[in-house]
Ligand binder design. Sequence first.
Ligand code: GRF
Length: 192
Amino acid sequence: MNSKKTLAILGSGSGSNADALCAYANNDECSFTPALIITTSAEAGMSSVAAKHNVPLAVIPRGADIEAELSRLLSEFSIDALALAGFMRLLPHTTIAQLNGNVFNVHPALLPSFGGKGMYGLHVHTAVLESGVPVTGATIHLVSDQYDEGAVLARSEVEIPAGIDAVRLQQIVKRLEHDLYPKTVSVYLRNR
Ligand code: GRF
């Protein structure tokens, strides 16, 4: 079997997907090992996820040169792949190139619908509910230098219960994300 790939996780949200990725890595069949958690906000849930799973944490401070900081960190920790988990900005092209394109994102809707700039958090679920579509879900995709536009690797769907609000829908979709994201990343990296 190939040796495990080193995965960095980058985000500034509550950290629930980072937690799911780290937890899944305890399975023998998982092809990655979380080697670094990176956040742009020390207050973000990512800090407690790093402590819980005993993974090194790097905080990129506001105003720092994110491109240079990411380049340095990915080299220093010999990172093979990067999973975005609640990262709201476009990733520099150089970061994607440094990792040979092994960069993933999870989106809380069925791309290509309900993606693009401004489509994050509850905005996504509100737009889904207002559109009247009967089904939503989660998408795992490769990251390009445009918002939500890289190749789709996997999707998971759920019927939208009648009368649900955006907060509750977000909780339902997050459960799909937590199941789908680690498995998809593991399968993708297994033979790389
Ligand atoms: C998730 O909903 C994910 O789809 C989106 O950002 C959110 C991050 O949430 N890209 P969490 O910090 O993983 O809870």
